[in-house]
Design a protein around this ligand. Structure first.
Ligand code: KIV
Ligand code: ZN
Length: 518
């Protein structure tokens, strides 16, 4: 193996999954494993087979069905765990058994109640036993970050001697900081005589927000495998995020001079899959995969990016699987940005006076916050205040739903003074309401996203709903607020309908947005 290659060991399905509110089904795990294979990770830690029949089945199915990465199962340093692991991995082309035991004083004395000699015996026995199933055995010294130096070296030496080809140094509780981690790595490389017979791995948790920094430091100090999860999900504050480590190594190749085989253009797709299947939202400002990670808001930044993307982008959005960056139009946007967006909507400078339009834009942005493409078109096309009025007004909405009730909605809408009424059933209250509205309006709308926020606190809290939808006229965002979330949803949907109606009236189509990923 090339000494500059970093092995990417993904533990989303094991460390990540164990932290979820509800466990994933076998089908969900298989979908994730297949995407991890597309991402081209080197090792998939698929689960902890002894922990439940479901975990055993998942590891077994992934072993049989997923090709490419090595498939790994976790086992405590006890025979029954290792046996379950070996059995579950039977169908794998490249099975790996990952066995571990706590090595810090806190773990050995308080949790395991064993002496150091007992631990060393268990390390030896478990690694040797695992080798009966596969040549690819990994050993982890759990809580290595808080393990005494001498003992850690003896543990590592014992595990390598017993046949472990990978030695993992976990910072189980996210206690270390980069300098401290560097000293642990240096210690192992200097003091363990047989260290050259194994790959040294790192596995960092994020309790102090250091997991990526610690993992990178470990790599700089000789680690050649890094254990991580997509979106950084995992126990407590999570694990080091795969996307951060991989992109840091790529962007700062000048510093690290190592590489991974990750197909980085699959990062965004993988992140979204994990977000959706695991029901774990990604914070907007999350590095690499957050919705704002490639968004520019301030006028100065937007101006810079318009002139040369490298002014404020250290990696391309395409390199992580986005189509392009995102320029948020707000009151902070400069006139150049507005002009550029108008050009992408088909307006030539000769069609308008930039300074006049920019004043109108600023007024709207002050009121609205974010100005979307349909707002720009409306601002450009509307001839009188009448054009800005909503043509479709929700006059009445009645929704019934509950246990053993088919959700049903009746809606009444006033369109240019004419009253129309329809009813519909749906999969839920919101679905029934939007279907009833659809029957009246007859637009071709596909809802793409739904987001509910509580604006105020308490039982009577105001719910704010944002719906994103696409239609032949373009892509739209609608907002609605009410103490009743179904009503807020209906208002948000009506907001979209009125925006579409305006595009129809102006005979305009919003060109496909360049900043919408995937
Ligand atoms: O954090 C940890 O120590 C672990 C081990 C099982 C590797 O997850
Ligand atoms: Zn862990």
């Amino acid at each position: 193996m090339n000494e500059n290659k970093i092995i990417i060991f993904d533990t989303t399905l094991r460390d990540g999954e164990q932290a979820l509110a509800s466990s994933l089904s076998m089908e969900q795990k298989l979908r994730i494993a297949k995407q991890l294979a597309r991402l081209n990770v080197d090792v998939i830690e698929a689960g902890f087979p002894v922990s439940s029949p479901g975990d055993f089945e998942s590891v077994s199915t992934i072993s049989k069905e997923v090709r490419g990465p090595a498939v790994c199962g976790l086992a405590r340093a006890v025979e029954k765990d290792i046996t379950a692991c070996g059995e579950a991995l039977k169908g794998a082309k490249r099975p790996r058994i990952h066995t571990f035991i706590g090595t810090s004083q806190i773990h050995t004395e308080k949790k395991l109640r064993k002496s150091e000699d007992d631990i060393l015996q268990l390390v030896k026995k478990s690694v040797e036993f695992a080798r009966n199933y596969t040549d690819d055995v990994e050993f982890s010294a759990e809580d290595a970050g808080r393990t005494g130096k001498d003992f850690l070296c003896r543990v590592v030496e014992t595990a390598i001697k017993a046949g472990a080809g990978t030695i993992n140094i976990p910072d189980t509780v996210g206690y270390t900081v980069p300098e401290h981690f560097a000293s642990i790595m240096d210690l192992i490389f200097e003091r363990v005589p047989n260290v050259g017979d194994a790959v040294i791995s790192v596995h960092c948790h994020d309790d102090l927000g250091m997991s990526t920094a610690n993992s990178l430091t470990a790599i700089a100090h000789g680690a050649r495998q890094v254990e991580c999860t997509i979106n950084g999900i995992g126990e407590r504050a999570g694990n080091a995020a795969l996307e951060e480590i991989v992109m840091a190594l790529k962007v700062r190749k000048d510093l690290f001079n190592v590489y991974t085989d990750i197909e980085t253009s699959e990062l965004m797709r993988t992140s979204k899959l994990i977000r959706d299947i695991c029901n774990m939202p990604v914070q907007p400002n999350k590095a690499i995969v957050g919705s704002n990670a490639f968004a520019h808001s301030s006028g100065i930044h937007q101006d810079g990016v318009l002139k040369a993307k490298t002014t404020y982008e250290i990696m391309t959005p395409q390199s992580v699987g986005l189509k392009d960056n995102k320029m948020n139009l707000t009151s902070r946007s400069g006139s150049h940005m507005v002009k550029s967006r108008l050009a992408s909507l088909g307006y030539e400078e000769a069609d308008y006076t930039l300074s006049d339009f920019y004043t109108k834009f600023k007024n709207l942005a002050d009121k609205k916050g974010t100005v979307y493409d349909d707002d720009l078109i409306t601002l450009m096309e509307s001839k009188s205040s009448e054009d800005l009025e909503d043509r479709y007004v929700l006059d009445y909405l009645n929704v019934s739903s509950g246990k053993k009730t088919v959700p049903t909605a009746t809606a009444r809408i006033v369109i240019d003074g004419e009253v129309k009424q329809e009813a519909a059933c749906g999969d839920g209250a919101v679905d029934a309401a939007t279907k009833a509205i659809d029957r009246i309006v007859g637009f071709d709308i596909e809802i793409e996203g739904y987001h509910l926020d509580s604006v105020t606190q308490g039982r009577e809290a105001l719910g704010r709903v944002a719906i994103t939808a696409s239609a032949p006229e373009g892509h739209f965002v609608g907002n609605g607020t009410s103490t009743d979330i179904v009503e807020a949803s209906a208002f948000a949907y009506m907001d979209i309908i009125n925006k579409i109606a305006r595009m129809k009236m102006f005979n305009k189509k919003i060109p496909p947005k360049i900043d919408i990923s995937l």
